[in-house]
Design a protein around this ligand. Structure first.
Ligand SMILES: Cc1cc2nc3c(=O)[nH]c(=O)nc-3n(C[C@H](O)[C@H](O)[C@H](O)COP(=O)(O)OP(=O)(O)OC[C@H]3O[C@@H](n4cnc5c(N)ncnc54)[C@H](O)[C@@H]3O)c2cc1C
Length: 281
């Protein structure tokens, strides 16, 4: 997203990447301002919602609305948290309906974002200031005018910023859920996903484990009243930094660490990066 915005603003952008997104290829992504089972309203959620609705629809459909079937006993606390914020919502019999939240299919979006960008598929072995050392058959270096690091969990070792790495899986359901629902786990499109495994201090590739499938199914039963059938699974690793998603680094900026709210915050922070580069903030 940042590469797209910088390119559209007339900058000369070269994307150096092993492949087109990794954890970002989670099949369907929620755009959810009210998080978890405690109803925590995300920091800067109002600004993030505005930025994402300005951005994503230019590149494809975004499905509107998330239903959060909050138990009756917890609704008072959730209402208190929402009262002091400006997040459009309604309380229905079934729970909280977030009309300005939503979900999107990531793969078509990533391809549309990449259209017309100058992309170089290569592995970066090391990053020193504005110099990238590439792992190519012939060792090669690239010198950039400015580096924007957006290498997610698998590239985090290049910077060593610390952070938390959380593996997780999404089951690809046979059923299509046009209406996103989220409480414990989420369903949207052909996805059933959620957070279950503990955080780690470093990156390791992840593959879906049988106990994750059992957990997702048990939670889905609570959410939907039945266990949906699935045909395959997708696994990835989230990378989370402590809400400081845009940091200066030697040679430029790091734009990373959004955890499981990556698609929610990315348009807002891509805009912030653009403004900083234009000297407007
Ligand atoms: C189970 C699960 C469910 C999720 N659900 C949601 C959701 O509902 N909503 C939401 O918003 N987010 C969700 N996320 C989070 C989100 O999908 C990703 O964490 C986020 O998009 C990460 O984006 P990124 O661009 O920072 O990293 P990635 O998508 O991981 O991209 C990193 C890029 O850097 C490249 N790279 C890394 N190292 C190197 C190197 N050495 N050399 C060259 N290139 C390199 C990779 O090839 C890749 O293209 C979920 C994640 C998981 C795991």
């Amino acid at each position: 997203m940042a590469a797209r915005l910088l390119h559209e603003a007339g900058n000369e952008v070269l994307v150096v990447t092993r492949e087109l997104g990794e954890a970002s290829r989670v099949p369907d992504a929620l755009l959810n301002p009210v998080r978890g089972k405690r109803g925590t309203v995300a920091l800067e959620a109002e600004e993030a919602l505005e930025a994402l609705w300005d951005f994503y629809p230019r590149f494809g459909p975004v499905r509107r609305g998330i239903l959060r079937p909050v138990p009756e006993a917890d609704r008072g606390v959730w209402k208190g948290k929402l009262e002091v914020r400006k997040i459009p919502h309604q309380w229905l019999e079934e729970g909280l309906y977030l009309e300005n939240a939503g979900w999107l299919e990531t793969t078509p979006l990533l391809h549309r974002l990449a259209q017309g960008l100058n992309i170089w598929y290569a592995e970066v072995e090391r990053l020193e200031g504005r110099t990238l050392y590439l792992r190519t058959p012939e060792p090669r270096t690239l010198r950039a005018g400015l580096v924007v690091y957006a290498g997610g969990a698998s590239g985090a070792h290049l910077l060593g910023l610390g952070g938390r790495f959380t593996p997780g899986s999404v089951l690809q359901t046979q059923e299509h859920f046009q209406q996103a629902r989220s409480y414990g786990v989420y369903v949207a499109g052909h996805s059933l996903g959620g957070s279950y495994l503990p955080h780690r201090n470093s990156y390791a590739p992840h593959q879906t484990e049988p106990h994750e499938v059992e957990w997702l199914m048990a939670e889905a039963e609570k959410l939907l009243g039945y266990r949906p059938r699935f045909r395959s699974s997708w696994a990835g690793v989230r990378y989370r930094l402590d809400q400081n998603y845009l940091k200066p680094i030697p040679g430029g900026f790091a734009l990373t660490g959004f955890g499981s709210a990556a698609y929610f915050y990315a348009p807002l922070y891509a805009h912030r990066l653009l403004k900083r580069l234009q000297g407007k903030s």
